[in-house]
Design a protein around this ligand. Structure first.
Ligand code: X8Z
Ligand code: ZN
Length: 633
């Protein structure tokens, strides 16, 4: 994603109700032709009464709609491309000026898109072929940040959005003990992932979270203004607008998320139980026997993925698992080499090489001389193949996976770049997030051996591999769900600013079973410590992606002719799997997502069963290990 790109990578809507025709049947008056009076002539040839002209339609026609849409797409393409260029410039070099330019560009985008949505309403009742109607539907959903009608409010909202994103990007924790030196999110994340010292972890966690306090006021105001925009576009609030992008009703989508969560919840709860039990061996009673786990002990600032604490929860007697970080250090791998490895996986299944400009224009490491937004993102500035990533690559396992994740976005952009601009999106936004992740599921121990990142002699035990993997994928599920659950409640007004933090922690405790390491109050604004909140990036997409990536993986493995255990399958080098993936990418959002899913996975339903299949061998291990535990919190 990129935040803006994802503000473009916005999704779909039903292909929908056939609009009833407004063609009126004109009443035909009969007419007796009058002959001109004049000199007598020979008998005139018999007059043929000309047919009456076709009735003039009372409203706009299909041709009008087509021409409106053609203009709109031309203008949107130009505007989005301009705004993305500005946003990339700002994200890779935060200054007063780039922030200002970005706010202005966002304001222009909001103004254009909301005007187009308003103007398009006059075609609501025109009967249109389904692909044209789909474009109108997608247009209505083509904004993450909907524009208030009032120009001053629009400008204020754009300013707030740009300001919050840059504040997040620039945030640094400057502990007094460092006497003026400061720590970035990269530094603090390194501590979270490697330190095993409870107090040191707590300091890093609190240091980062406390920085978000300053965003609270801006956030409340942004919610108010963005909701005005959503109402201006005909939605109850921003959350309702975001939820209506899934080719089904908003309520049906919320129910779909619940259904998927219930499918995978037992697996998460088992993993939680096992992890808590193991963490008590390191941290003793500071990890409660039956309560939520302190959120700073799970190897990640947001406790969203737990792979970094694998050594603390390792399967007894089975070795330490794979650490790519150690290998990268030993081989002195460079950040660009990491990206090349990712690219070579995609090429191995028949994907094109990334264009030269990708290598020239991307940002791969944190620059020393300027402020940037480090949160990883992928871009196509022109929507015609000006691909880039923006990352602050560190040489570790997380970043290796993230590189594949970002390249998944880039290849989606690449393979739908010739579609009309409104179809240049994922089938739904979860698809966009799931492509690179599905590929990363093929990073198996035997693949790593093939490319020399694991020694040929290393034996990786199945449970070790799956446990490590589950700490990343399974652990993420409730976080993926909760973030937007909180935001939907905030946008709908169910949660007021005075309860922002309380509700955040209630939800995180309820679903994730984690608790803040120190008491929090409404002076804090902990949701703001997570990139996607100040940057206005919808999050349900990542929850969907966690489900979809396993469905894709299973389907691609089948296409490759594989039929062993899913966690051992790697599609590396398999053209048939690559072709299957490519065919889906090329569809963009031109079809409702269930059709795209069917094309790849043979089903129209998102389904957690593929994920459960993948982890089947781990489930019996976890059950066995935790049989004497009182699980839950
Ligand atoms: O934001 C991202 C990507 C960019 S779209 C790096 N992810 C989510 C996160 O970091 O919170 C990928 C996994 C979830
Ligand atoms: Zn992404």
């Amino acid at each position: 994603m990129s935040s803006f790109r994802s503000s473009r990578a916005r999704l779909l809507k039903p292909t929908l109700a056939i609009a009833s025709s407004l063609w009126l049947t004109a009443s035909l008056t009969s007419c007796t032709p009058c002959e001109p009076v004049g000199p007598l002539k020979a008998d005139p040839p018999p007059t043929v009464t000309p047919p009456p002209p076709p009735p003039k339609p009372a409203g706009p026609t299909e041709a009008d709609a087509r021409s409106f849409m053609a203009d709109t797409e031309t203008q949107l393409r130009a505007m989005w491309s301009y705004a993305q260029r500005v946003q990339f410039a700002q994200n890779t070099n935060i200054t007063t000026d780039t922030e200002q330019l970005n706010a202005q560009a966002q304001e222009q985008v909001m103004e254009l898109v909301s005007k187009k949505i308003k103007d398009a309403a006059r075609f609501d009742a025109v009967q249109l072929p389904s692909d044209l109607r789909r474009k109108f539907d997608l247009l209505k959903l083509a904004q993450d940040l909907p524009a208030p009608a009032d120009a001053n409010e629009r400008a204020e909202l754009a300013q707030l959005a740009a300001g919050m994103e840059t504040s997040y990007g620039k945030a640094k924790y400057c502990p007094p003990r460092l006497k003026g030196s400061c720590l970035t999110i990269d530094d603090l994340s390194r501590t979270l992932s490697t330190s095993r010292n409870y107090d040191e972890l707590q300091e890093a966690w609190t240091g980062w979270h406390d920085l978000a306090k300053t965003l609270r006021g801006s956030y409340a105001r942004y919610v108010l203004l963005a909701n005005k925009g959503a109402q201006n576009a005909g939605y109850a609030d921003v959350g309702a607008m975001w939820r209506s992008r899934y080719d089904m009703s908003e309520d049906a989508f919320a129910a779909e998320v619940e259904r998927l969560w219930e499918q995978v919840r037992p697996l998460y709860e088992m993993l939680h139980c096992y992890t808590r039990m193991k963490l008590r061996q390191t941290y003793g009673n500071r990890v409660p026997e039956n309560g939520p786990i302190p959120a700073h002990l799970l190897g990640n600032m947001w406790a969203q993925e737990w792979g970094n604490i694998y050594p603390l929860v390792a399967v007894p007697g089975k070795g330490a698992g794979i650490s790519l970080k150690a290998k990268f250090q030993q081989k002195k791998t460079t950040p660009i080499e990491l990206v090349k490895m990712g690219e070579s996986f995609f090429k191995s299944v028949g994907f094109d090489p990334l264009p030269d400009t990708f290598w020239k224009r991307s940002m791969f490491v944190r620059p020393k001389d300027r402020e940037v937004v480090c949160h990883a993102s992928a871009w196509d500035i022109t929507s015609r193949g000006d691909l880039r990533i923006k990352m602050c690559i560190e040489l570790d396992d997380d970043n290796f996976r993230t590189v594949h994740h970002e390249l998944g976005h880039n290849y989606y952009y690449w393979y739908y770049r010739d579609l009309p601009i409104l179809f240049q999106q994922g089938a739904n936004d979860g698809f966009h997030e799931a492509i690179g992740d599905a590929i990363a599921l093929s990073i198996t121990p035997s693949y790593l051996q093939k490319i020399g990142l694991v020694d040929a002699s290393t034996q990786v035990d199945d449970t070790t591999f799956l446990l490590h993997d589950a700490l990343e994928h399974v652990a993420f599920l409730p976080f993926g769900k909760v973030l937007d659950q909180w935001r939907w409640e905030v946008f709908s007004g169910k949660v007021r600013p005075e309860d922002y933090n309380k509700r955040w922690w209630d939800l995180r405790t309820k679903y994730q079973g984690v608790a803040p390491p120190v008491a929090r109050t409404e002076a804090d604004f902990d949701p703001g410590a997570k990139y996607h909140i100040p940057s206005n990036v919808p999050y349900a997409r990542y929850f969907l992606a966690r489900i979809l990536e396993f469905q894709f993986h299973r389907a691609l493995c089948q296409a490759a002719g594989y039929n062993g255990p899913l966690h051992k399958c790697s599609i590396y080098g398999n053209q048939a799997a690559g072709d299957k993936m490519k065919a889906m990418l090329q569809l963009g959002s031109s079809k409702p997502w269930p059709e795209a899913l069917e094309a790849i996975a043979g089903t129209q339903k998102m389904d957690g069963a593929a994920m459960l299949d993948y982890y089947a061998p781990l489930i019996s291990f976890l059950k066995d290990q935790t049989k004497s535990q009182k699980c839950g919190w």
